[in-house]
Design a protein around this ligand. Structure first.
Ligand SMILES: Nc1ncnc2c1ncn2[C@@H]1O[C@H](COP(=O)(O)OP(=O)(O)O)[C@@H](O)[C@H]1O
Ligand SMILES: [Mg+2]
Length: 208
């Protein structure tokens, strides 16, 4: 692959701290003189603006799980082509809040779509770009949902049942088990600074 930058993804259920920690990681890497592109899924660019609205906001739109899968994949393909690949080619470290593992966990384990199909589509949409390191922030579903309770405007997916979010959490475990070289699970039930201090050396060890 021609990419020269390092690609790091953060994964986990809602409220586990992905956004908080991905921004902290960006600051940490910048303090080490890395050029960093921080981004998130879904919702990049023009297609992302519409897909994010359909996937998360439009509560009247009850998406068929397969339609939901296709929208997440379409969103990813545009994001990879438009931002992630070019940033890696420029030598940036890309820190991405959710990526293909979320599709496998939510649409595969959460919705119960055929896992083999979901894995193929989730990674095909990544256009050959595979994270060098994925950090899964692990938290019980109840604790994650409790953290986002006060966040204004919960999304359609936030409002799914506790059983759904628990299946997603367990899906992330399965992913970590199947790809121990790429994926590290970190317990997220600790203060923000403590968690950031645990993540930083994992990143330094894996990416140099
Ligand atoms: N380690 C933590 N301990 C307690 N609260 C946290 C922690 N990390 C994040 N939060 C808070 O929990 C909420 C969800 O965090 P966020 O980073 O947005 O999670 P995510 O992006 O995974 O949904 C925010 O209000 C955030 O300030
Ligand atoms: Mg977030």
């Amino acid at each position: 692959m021609s990419e020269s930058g390092i690609f790091i993804t953060l994964e986990g259920i809602e409220g586990c701290g992905k956004t908080t920690q991905s921004l902290a990681l960006k600051d940490f890497l910048e303090s080490k003189d890395c050029k960093v592109t921080h981004t998130q899924e879904p919702g990049w660019g023009v297609l992302g603006k519409y897909t994010r609205k359909m996937l998360l906001d439009e509560k009247e739109l009850r998406l068929e799980p397969f339609a939901e899968l296709c929208l997440f994949c379409a969103d990813r393909a545009q994001h990879v082509r438009g931002l992630i690949k070019p940033s890696l080619e420029e030598g940036h470290t890309v820190v991405c809040d959710r990526f293909s593992d979320s599709t496998v966990a939510y649409q595969g384990y959460g919705r119960g779509l055929n896992l083999d199909l979901v894995e193929k589509m989730a990674w095909a949409a990544a256009l050959g770009v595979i994270p060098d390191l994925t950090i899964i922030l692990d938290l019980p579903a109840e604790a994650g949902l409790e953290r986002i309770k006060d966040r204004g405007g919960t999304t359609k997916i936030d409002e799914e049942s506790i059983e759904f979010h628990t299946r997603v959490r367990e899906g992330f475990y399965k992913i970590a088990e199947s790809e121990p070289k790429r994926v590290v699970v970190v317990g997220a039930d600790k203060p923000i600074d403590e968690l950031a201090a645990e993540i930083a050396p994992i990143v330094m060890k894996r990416v140099g």
